[in-house]
Design a protein around this ligand. Sequence first.
Ligand SMILES: [Mn+2]
Length: 433
Amino acid sequence: MVAVTKMRIAVMADFHLGAKWGTPRENDSFDHAEEAIRKALEMDVDLILILGDIFDTRIPKLEVWDRALRIFSIPKTEGTNRLKIVKTKFKPVETIPPLALQGTPVVALCGNHERRTRGLKNPVEALESAGKLIYLEAGSIVFEKSGERVAIHGFSYVPEKYVLAQLRTWNPTPEPGAFNVLALHQSIGEFVFSKETEEESMLKVGDLPPGFDLYLNGHVHYRAETEAHGAPLLMPGSTERTQLLEVEARNPKGFYLVETGGRPRWTFVELKSPRDFFYEEMKVENASLQELYTKVRSKIQELLLRHRKNLEKIPIIRIRLMGTLAKEISRADFDERLIEEEFRDKALVTISKDALVSPGLEEKLRSLREFKEKQLSIDEKGMLLLEEYVKDVQGIELVSVRDLFGLLAEDRVEDAVKKLMSLVEKMSEVNTR
Ligand SMILES: [Mn+2]
């Protein structure tokens, strides 16, 4: 009988390196990522799997690159590689730099924050070129460790409206005789990027291709566990606090340590470096300005007395104001920055007023609020606006609005103008005929 070796995989997501740059929180994303990687190495994992959104932006600053490269060097110098690559699919093995197999191997996806227009390199690919990791866009890689095989099938982020079609096109199938992991970076069913809306995603759990032993998903910033086709579906949540959702205040930050086998086993490893985060919703009715200031101040005082886990860094407090203001007061009259400033040595306070209205203004603000609550990235908002704007323009189907937006988002204004001009020319040709 052959002894069954098991592989240990650290599963982490959404580092968002460089988030909150230029604020008191600018070191946080790096601290969390470094702690996660060091802890995984201390636990002597065979593989580190990162489920996308390593970076907060698609073209990170050199300052962010500098620190990211140091962090991604840690598995190279402090880890060991016990794995060999048996085969790959939709991922030519020659695209994997030999350096990427030095130390503990890292496999990563590209998330929505890193995604770039087709044909342009995303920063996760650049990390691969530097030999720091193996990037999976929509591809599979089979590793072997003393006889045991693990197949990682990775699917980098695809915008919501294309996800079903692209998953179908990719059509990954489990590798026979291996432990099969399917890894994504999408909203799935009720597990969406934002929990402040009831919105469901296009992609349902049942749409995931069947037959895998373990399903993993990034993108969702709070930790969640469910099942897909009878197998576990794990979402470790982000290591970085980006959205400050209520659900993030209840769930600790960390990563999964997964042990493969017929039925996988997993534990959640909590990080120590994330700041304490307190979230509070405050409902007011017909509130005067004075009342609002007093109530918010005393709520913050109260939150500062709560039990703390991390005493090294001051906590984050988010107060979400809801309800109505007294007549003739608009929410712009309430200057939340005064309070945020007042507590700056004790806490990083964020006060949200989006759900606060004066009577009568309510209707006017409704559509704006709905738009905001979708919690789309700024790019997705821009994209939606552009699509809405050009939908009645005759001949616009000649150009891909998405490509155009991609060029604009990359600051390639000249190219975008050229593209538009050629469209205008084509249109006037049609007209003269
Ligand atoms: Mn993310």
